[in-house]
Design a protein around this ligand. Structure first.
Ligand SMILES: *Cc1c(COP(=O)(O)O)cnc(C)c1O
Length: 404
């Protein structure tokens, strides 16, 4: 079982005050907080072995290269990919999706179809729209219901031999819905389509097994997993990564360069042009170690408890409506109180030390579906407590009184 008081000791930021009140951090779906071991790894890198990697013969460069490649192995191990070179270290989910979406430019022709879900973050919509503009491919959308669940029977109808690609998130950042990605992947493969899963929101809660899922591409960001910003991963099956062209040209991604012709490096370097976020990559590995030491089963169990408690407590506020009520959801609660603008509530609770997110959560199509400008989103992590939820509920009651 998870000892939350002990875990909170690992996160220095949780001791700070905001506007004279103890910080209550409920914006975990936007970014997670950083444990001391990860901060230490960053300080250690810059204090002791900061150097550029892969090219140097000197000791610091070799130490940095070793640490970076060990981090890649940790990511491989965590996601259970068959090969370490199937793990491309990127700047994050958005970068990873763009590598794949750009890479498909020459693999699609006019009239090909690609399928997205209605529950997506903008970063899993816009790169594909740009791909459609370049290729003449057609973007189809799996719709959702009032609970915030995908309509799988419509998905069945959308799939055909024209379908080349399907991409959806594993968990919706705006509503918390856990999508049935196993079924989505199996059905796509039956018609010969490749699948990309956006795991940015699932990785903090679930340990995915890319081989077991048989997914073609899986992407995520370290900063939602207790790691630093500016680093993430693109997992791709070897055969797919070999098929896709490089995304950027530059150093590191080449084999031979002459002015007549350049040949590219093999995986993973083909997709890692330029000096990467070396320190970030190393710290990402440490963050995964930390999360695994807490244990994903413990995390899921405890976060479910917070979700249940938070849902019950919030619904005691009159006029509060929760968006995203699937039985399969994670510890994200999106809501509004009456017709009060989410921004106004967010500002008042911030004065009381509470960080929640307000707005469309980079998922405007979902807000359009509910015909609302946005929601207030409280997203819980394994270092949050029920007492903090009580503090939020009290603050919301106060805000409601002031605003109505
Ligand atoms: C956060 C998030 C993204 C974007 O991640 P970045 O780290 O900003 O690139 C994409 N999809 C989902 C579901 C997210 O939660």
């Amino acid at each position: 079982m998870l000892d939350v008081q002990k875990i909170r000791e690992d996160f220095p930021i949780l001791k700070r005050e905001v506007n004279g009140k103890p910080l209550v951090y409920f914006d975990n779906a936007a970014t997670s907080q950083t444990p001391q071991v990860v901060i230490d790894a960053i300080v250690d890198y810059y204090s002791n072995y900061n150097a550029n990697i892969h090219r140097g013969v000197h000791t610091l460069s070799q130490e940095a290269t070793d640490a970076y490649e060990i981090a890649r192995k940790k990511v491989q191990c965590h996601f259970n990919s068959k090969h370490a070179h199937e793990i491309i270290l990127t700047s994050g989910t958005t970068h990873s999706i763009n590598i794949v979406a750009t890479g498909f430019t020459n693999l699609l022709t006019k009239g090909d179809e690609i399928i997205v879900s209605a529950l997506e973050h903008h970063s899993n919509i816009v790169p594909w729209q740009m791909l459609c503009e370049r290729t003449g491919a057609i973007l189809k959308v799996i719709p959702m219901n009032e609970e915030g669940e995908l309509l799988m029977d419509v998905y069945d109808q959308l799939l055909s031999d024209k379908t080349k690609l399907v991409f959806t998130n594993h968990i919706s950042n705006a509503l918390g819905t856990i999508n049935p990605i196993e079924k989505i992947i199996q059905k796509a493969h039956k018609v010969g389509a490749a699948v990309l899963i956006d795991g940015a929101q699932s990785c903090p809660h679930i340990k995915p097994d890319v081989q077991n899922l048989d997914v073609d591409f899986y992407v995520a960001s370290a900063h939602k997993l207790c790691g630093p910003t500016g680093v993430g991963l693109l997992y791709g099956k070897e055969e797919w990564l070999n098929k896709l062209p490089p995304y950027q040209g530059g150093g590191e991604m080449i084999d031979q360069v002459t002015f007549e012709k350049t040949t590219y490096a093999g995986l993973p370097h083909k997709f890692e042009a330029g000096t990467p976020n070396i320190c970030g990559g190393i710290a990402f590995g440490v963050a995964l170690d930390y999360m695994n030491s807490v244990g994903f089963d413990n995390i899921a169990e405890y976060e479910n408890e917070l979700l249940e408690y938070g849902t019950k407590k919030l619904l005691e506020i009159e006029g509060l409506r929760i968006y995203g009520t699937s039985k399969n959801k994670t510890s994200v609660i999106s809501f509004n109180i009456g017709t009060i603008h989410p921004y106004d509530i967010g500002s008042i609770v911030d004065k009381l030390g509470i960080a929640v997110r307000t707005g469309h959560h980079c998922a405007q199509p979902i807000m359009d579906f509910y015909k609302i400008p946005g929601t207030i989103r409280a997203s819980f992590s394994f270092y949050n407590t029920k007492e903090e939820i009580d503090t939020l509920v009290e603050a919301l009651k106060k805000a409601k009184m002031m605003l109505s």
